[in-house]
Design a binder for this molecule. Structure first.
Ligand code: GLN
Length: 177
């Protein structure tokens, strides 16, 4: 997705890979596992500092969980960068089998965005510093925030990389100075 937008990217696997990056994407996957790997690779500390100093971050799904100020239904030892004032509940839309797609109305985009949700986290609380860019209606609740921004931190409950539509990535790239 990034190269289709003319942006060079590197895979970050060691603390040295952080040198020279202008922004980072924390992808989907399993936030508990990513948290453990961030620690065992010794990336967590340096990255935490860079995020604190204003590094733009896109967190998708598990990545959203890793950036949230508060996490419910996580592992007790699961770590977060606490970079955006939201409370999220892991797997709040249900299990793998309850994965779904939805056409979202996204603030700033003319046409709707087809969003893919896979064991997605649900945002249960949002602080004043957070702008809600899109919501979805769940079985239990209407208007659950699924795309939120706070300064250079952009988080989505869904996977914007799983369609051919690059507009969420373009929003993210616009946050990089
Ligand atoms: N349920 C996963 C977690 O808690 C996130 C799923 C995903 O990234 N698609 O980390």
């Amino acid at each position: 997705m990034l190269s289709s937008l003319g942006t060079k990217s590197v895979a970050v696997r060691t603390p040295d890979d952080l040198a020279g990056i202008d922004a980072i994407i924390l992808p989907g996957g399993e936030s508990t596992t990513i948290s453990m790997l961030l620690e065992s690779s010794e990336i967590f500390g340096s990255l935490n500092q860079m995020i604190g100093e204003g590094l733009p971050v896109l967190g998708t799904c598990a990545g959203m969980i890793l950036l949230a100020n508060e996490v419910s239904d996580g592992r007790r030892d699961q770590k977060s960068f606490e970079a955006i004032d939201i409370s999220v509940r892991r797997n709040s839309f249900g299990r793998q089998i309850a994965s779904f797609e939805s056409d979202l109305k996204v603030k700033g985009l003319e046409e709707s965005f087809r969003a893919v949700f896979i064991r997605a986290p649900g945002v249960e609380k949002v602080g004043d510093s957070v702008e809600i860019l899109a919501t979805v209606d769940s079985d239990e609740q209407t208007g659950v925030p699924v795309l939120c921004r706070s300064g250079p931190i952009l988080v989505s409950s869904f996977h914007p990389e799983l369609t051919a539509d690059s507009r969420i990535h373009q929003i993210f790239l616009s946050l990089i100075k």
